[in-house]
Write a protein that binds this ligand. Sequence first.
Ligand SMILES: Cc1cc2nc3c(=O)[nH]c(=O)nc-3n(C[C@H](O)[C@H](O)[C@H](O)COP(=O)(O)OP(=O)(O)OC[C@H]3O[C@@H](n4cnc5c(N)ncnc54)[C@H](O)[C@@H]3O)c2cc1C
Ligand code: FES
Length: 246
Amino acid sequence: MLPQAARIVETQRENANTRTFVFDAHWRARPGQFLMAWLPRFDEKPFSLVDDDPVTITVAAVGPFTRLLHRLEPGDRVWLRGPLGRGFRPEGQRMLLVGGGYGSAPLDFLARRAKNAAITAVIGARTAADLLFVERLARSGADVQVTTEDGSAGEKGLVTAVVEPLLARGGFDALYACGPHGMLAALEALARRHRVPAQLSWEAYMRCGLGLCGSCEHQGRVLCLEGPVLSFNNCSSRGRSFTRHV
Ligand SMILES: Cc1cc2nc3c(=O)[nH]c(=O)nc-3n(C[C@H](O)[C@H](O)[C@H](O)COP(=O)(O)OP(=O)(O)OC[C@H]3O[C@@H](n4cnc5c(N)ncnc54)[C@H](O)[C@@H]3O)c2cc1C
Ligand code: FES
């Protein structure tokens, strides 16, 4: 899959460190799928799709590539490859979405696609200034709960402090999450304990995005092809039972 040039048509500041980029590209993709963005003579990096029509990504400035991307403006070109990987599959009518950091971005795409479902979203960040997509998720119809590590907004602490009682109360058909590995590992344990099916979007260092270089292996899986979303169904198995899906 060759990169296609796309022009930025709009940028939007989401918080102090994060911008959303809308491109003049129109794809058909599933929430949780990602693209590779290439800046010629510099580098190519993966980003989750926030929308497919028009293609939209939300980028946190954390290093050289993302800082350069943040300096681009409407009219500038970026080369895009995608959609890549396997995304979320909305299942059931009562969905629990959990996002940490820029992990909330693909969850809003999921919430918009999961028409007619009752959605509860738990969004976590270090501080109130780092929260992402809380208003967007509320506009998408989700009942949004917020946690911050410093207590500057919502419940003080980690998302798991809010998710655990929600799962214990019951009533969710599945849990969907995207965020840092530590958060996903904790959510996986909670989902297994409460026997709730889960779809977790795992990040890895990605170079080719095509299953060729091996840099994205996680728990024996090539995440750019088999993930980034891995799902398991706790209801039918007690063991480690991740399944791939299309
Ligand atoms: C499937 C997928 C979807 C992604 N979606 C988004 C998104 O929607 N928005 C967004 O802002 N970023 C996203 N990322 C992460 C983004 O691709 C990286 O942060 C990228 O490396 C940034 O490039 P950089 O040159 O700016 O910083 P780098 O110098 O590459 O990285 C900055 C810091 O982040 C760490 N880091 C980089 N990549 C990873 C990783 N995969 N896992 C753990 N630590 C890492 C590095 O070790 C370094 O400390 C995604 C990554 C993957 C694999
Ligand atoms: S990024 Fe190369 S194999 Fe997955």
